[in-house]
Design a protein around this ligand. Structure first.
Ligand SMILES: Cc1cc2nc3c(=O)[nH]c(=O)nc-3n(C[C@H](O)[C@H](O)[C@H](O)COP(=O)(O)OP(=O)(O)OC[C@H]3O[C@@H](n4cnc5c(N)ncnc54)[C@H](O)[C@@H]3O)c2cc1C
Length: 287
């Protein structure tokens, strides 16, 4: 039997509540209120704005003394937002915390194609704590400070708009007051091997490449993953928890019944007319 709080947490992450969801936190807040009421704790909901409820609950110990206030967000932000390389980052964080973990990656090597190339300052702060910020920064040494995002007909074509982040000295001074780290433009395909190297150096972390998870069995107090190796051989491994950092066509999502929301097709997202342009941009980037 799972702990009731863990069961609640696993229910809550399945309820869409991210930015852009109609009445964003409402369904999550309603489920938490129900959970509290079932345990004899009255909870009331107050809309701070239409469709944006705050849930207030208090437990009276019946004794005089100071109050302890616990306060937290109820919406769920997708884990991967602003933190590229979630699986490897997770392994590094767990390994450093003394927790044994195994990373199963179906590829024989980390992807050579670009994905994320905007690593936010907060993620860089974590990289700093893990001792990988300097090697990550070294990847972009000599490149212009700051980031300019431009919209162009082609990489060498007409520019019809751009925005700049942290470009001016003044902007960098301002951001420098907020964090010891600035946004980095290192590519995920370049810094993933650095994360893997740092994680692999920890006694608690094992990284297995060419290992594809084919199924997950969720037990009462453990999870068993079945995976194949490079020769097609089948293996199983059991653990207390599994982190689903296996992309959108995820075995973990499928097993847990976590759906997908939003646009499913690139063509639908950006309009079929722009698709050839986008593909051309990607092909040029990869070249
Ligand atoms: C073009 C592009 C640009 C992006 N730009 C940014 C950006 O600038 N900043 C930002 O923060 N984010 C950006 N992102 C998002 C970012 O790349 C992801 O959020 C991040 O990579 C998620 O990390 P992850 O470890 O969860 O998954 P991924 O990096 O997607 O890795 C999933 C891994 O799981 C493996 N896998 C899948 N299924 C299995 C299986 N069954 N068994 C074993 N292994 C499996 C895959 O081979 C893959 O290596 C971008 C994404 C793309 C595609």
């Amino acid at each position: 039997m799972l702990d009731p709080v863990l069961t609640l947490a696993s229910e809550l992450v399945k309820i869409p509540s991210y930015l852009g969801t109609p009445r964003q936190e409402s369904a999550v807040a309603a489920r938490i209120a129900e959970f509290l009421r079932q345990r004899g704790v009255e909870a009331r909901s107050i809309d701070v704005r239409e469709g944006r409820p705050n849930l207030l609950a208090s437990v009276d110990s019946g004794r005089p003394g100071p109050h302890l206030v616990l306060c937290g967000h109820t919406d769920t932000v997708p884990l991967n937002r602003d933190a590229p390389g979630v699986g490897l980052s997770g392994a590094l964080a767990l390994g450093r915390a003394g927790i044994k973990c195994l990373v199963l990656e179906r590829r024989a090597e980390f992807s050579r194609y670009p994905k994320a190339n905007g690593v936010h300052a907060r993620t860089m702060e974590l990289f700093r704590e893990w001792g990988v910020a300097e090697p990550v920064k070294a990847l972009t040494a000599g490149m212009p400070a700051g980031v300019t995002i431009a919209w162009r007909t082609r990489l060498n074509g007409i520019e019809f708009g751009s925005i700049s982040i942290e470009e001016s000295e003044e902007a960098r001074r301002f951001f420098g007051m907020l964090s010891p780290e600035l946004l980095s433009t290192a590519g995920q395909h370049e810094f993933e091997p650095l994360l893997a190297e740092a994680a692999d150096a920890l006694d608690n972390v094992t990284i297995k490449l060419s290992s594809e998870v084919v199924s997950l069995l969720i037990g009462d107090d453990s999870v068993t993953a079945e995976y194949t190796d490079a020769t097609g051989g089948r293996h199983t491994v059991s653990a207390q928890y599994v982190i689903g950092a296996d992309g959108i066509r995820s075995v973990v999502r499928r097993t847990l019944g976590i759906g997908e929301h939003g646009q499913t097709k690139l063509a639908g997202l950006h309009g079929a007319r722009e698709l050839p342009l986008m593909l051309a941009l990607f092909i040029e980037t990869i070249d």
